[in-house]
Design a protein around this ligand. Structure first.
Ligand SMILES: Cc1cc2nc3c(=O)[nH]c(=O)nc-3n(C[C@H](O)[C@H](O)[C@H](O)COP(=O)(O)O)c2cc1C
Length: 357
């Protein structure tokens, strides 16, 4: 498609050449998956959210949320918390590591245990504190890393205060805003309010990256056209489908998206598991009760459900996913499912790459 409306995006001193971001998704977007998405054309990634408190207390598990596969760029580290001093200290520590290209503050997580103690989405109820966190994080790490905020349009339908919160963080020095067009009370369901995203974009001088409700590659274009955002962040639709980022690039280049043939899905799953095992092997033996291989297989499970959903034999695999199995057994089962072919196509055969869904 010609005239693709996305332009390289400066976020402070950082330049994101292709501002199509993979959204942070706890439990999914670790270094193994992020790196696969980058290889398929994703423009930038963010870590799963990391507790600033946990980081400062040296919780080993918290630290691992910042593990990268290596060569992942541009990449943001996302922290959450509500104590400005602790957030600033965590930001300084992350800046020191020199692994990341920007630092993102989570001001949108709706999970009760997070938001009820004032972290994540809880910050939307205290706009002054949200801005103060940005100010202190900037002071601690802003010299080294651009600081961004990922937030939502409001706490619930009656308290949509995104104009106030985003004005506050802009004034405090944030270099970009990732805006999810849903309120926290609906978590991830229902429509994302692109009209409000457009309004925020018009009101703010710093870049606004829109998020929420991208279901197919073409929606990225639609969001940019309808809202004027500077970039788009894509969440759930990319799970089990890192090729979405290739589709977006293909559309931009005027090429038809190609559905990955079974062999390509197979290669991605095998590689994904290999990277998970590699990441786990870097952890101390004491940390992993089950060992690196079995833990990696467990981590891969929720991804497998998504990689293999359209295949005929998927139901049989899903029923066995609760069992603890080693990598060879898991991959053998994956291969069996892939051999059954996609629903709607002949068993064992794949439509031509590029053929319509
Ligand atoms: C399983 C899951 C985990 C998530 N974890 C995070 C997180 O760690 N940090 C964050 O800012 N948002 C998190 N989100 C929200 C996503 O980043 C994104 O804002 C949301 O899914 C909306 O985008 P989508 O409609 O494209 O999926 C999570 C969402 C899901 C579904």
């Amino acid at each position: 498609m010609s005239g693709f409306p996305l332009q390289p995006l400066p976020i402070g001193p950082l330049r994101v050449e292709w501002p199509v971001f993979l959204a942070p998704m706890a439990g999914f977007t670790d270094g193994a998956f992020r790196s696969l998405c980058l290889e398929q054309g994703c423009g930038a990634v963010v870590t799963e959210m990391v507790s600033a408190q946990g980081l400062m207390r040296h919780h080993a598990r918290t630290g691992h949320y910042l593990d990268t596969w290596g060569g992942e760029h541009p990449i943001g580290a996302q922290i959450y918390g509500s104590d400005p001093g602790v957030m600033a200290a965590a930001a300084a520590r992350i800046a020191e590591a020199k692994t990341f290209d920007f630092l993102d503050i989570n001001a949108g997580c709706p999970m009760p245990k997070i938001r009820n103690r004032g972290d994540g989405a809880g910050l939307m109820r205290e706009p002054a504190k949200m801005a103060e966190i940005v100010r202190q994080v900037k002071a601690a790490a802003g010299g080294a890393l651009p600081v961004t905020v990922k937030t939502r349009i409001g706490w619930c339908a009656d308290t949509v205060n995104v104009m106030e919160t985003t004005a506050g963080v802009e004034e405090a020095g944030a270099e970009a805003i990732f805006l999810h067009g849903r309120v926290a009370s609906v978590r991830h369901s229902g429509p994302s309010d692109w009209n409000l995203i457009a309004e925020v974009k018009r009101a703010r001088k710093i870049p606004v990256i829109g998020n929420g409700g991208v279901r197919v590659a073409a929606d990225v274009f639609r969001m940019v056209r309808e809202t004027g955002v500077d970039g788009v962040m894509v969440g759930r639709v990319a799970l089990g489908n890192p090729w979405l980022f290739r589709d977006i690039r293909d559309l931009a280049a005027g090429r038809a998206p190609r559905r990955p043939p079974a062999e390509e899905v197979r290669a991605a799953i095998h590689e994904h598991l290999r990277r998970e095992m590699d990441l786990m092997a870097r952890r101390g033996k004491k940390e992993l009760k089950l060992g690196a291989e079995l833990t990696a297989c467990l981590v891969l499970r929720p991804h497998l459900v998504r990689y293999l959903r359209g295949f005929r034999g998927f139901g049989a695999l899903a029923r066995t996913l609760e069992e603890r199995v080693d990598a060879a057994t898991l991959l053998r089962r994956v291969d069996e499912v892939l051999a059954t072919g996609r629903r709607g196509g002949p068993a064992g055969e794949e439509p031509e790459a590029g053929s319509p869904e």
